[in-house]
Design a protein around this ligand. Sequence first.
Ligand code: BEZ
Ligand code: FE
Length: 303
Amino acid sequence: MDVPERTRELFSEERSAEVVAASFADTPDPRLRQVLTSLVSHLHAFVKDVELTEDEWSAAVDFLTRTGQTCSDVRQEFILLSDVLGVSMLVETINHRTRGTSTESTVLGPFHLVESPPRALGDDINLDGKGTPCLVSGQVTGPDGEPLAGATIDVWQTNEDGFYDVQQPDVQPPGNLRGLFTADEHGRFRFRSVVPRYYPIPDDGPVGQLLAATNRHPNRPAHLHFIASAPGYRPVTTHVFVADSPYLDSDAVFGVKESLVRDVHVVDDPARAAEAGLANPFHALTFDLVLLRADRPPPEASR
Ligand code: BEZ
Ligand code: FE
């Protein structure tokens, strides 16, 4: 009887990663082959490093199963898991390097609406009038300081209790504390809002259990979300963080970058207050945004 020739190495503890990686050798897409080979190599190194027990492997499978089961049309527990493991921030940062030449990016988060309500410059996005009023203003420019007239600025934030409108449909009016603004001819924007508050990420699912089991809190420091874009420039998805907020150095999703932290000032200027439509004195936050040109290659990683 002919014995078929064996061309493949059999599985062994020592060479497990190489044996499994070899099974992907005929993957037609070279990028898929590279990603799977590297994934297997790191995954096997991890299992060997911690000598994973069968009970731990089962617990991990159960955790990932529950993570998937927690996902719905309005909740993405896998992204939240990626967020608390710092993977979302790493992917974001690798893919939006600035090397100090433009505004740094941070995570989008789950509370952005695909269509924010269009607003006019100077509008009040605090539709229910609660909280501490705050004038938010800034300028959108390109890397050489050129003002980006007509840039769009999409903003969203929590109310004074730390909730987005979509989390409190029976409490907040739809579109509260959100707006899509168009910058003026100097790239400037301004709107009235409230001083945001820190808040917890959704922590009633498997990700919350992971945080609890590791003595981590679920909070994010107070911030306003921004997506700034202009034709011919790379859009930036970012936040401005409030300088005196708790949790700046322990954001549950690692979103804070030093360059994004700003003071909220108290301004005592009756003329400016009247011009903004606010009682004097008032709180004010300034955040300028710099976009990279789309026709220039993005900065490389620093070595
Ligand atoms: C947020 O800032 O809206 C957010 C980001 C990541 C996870 C949860 C919330
Ligand atoms: Fe947020």
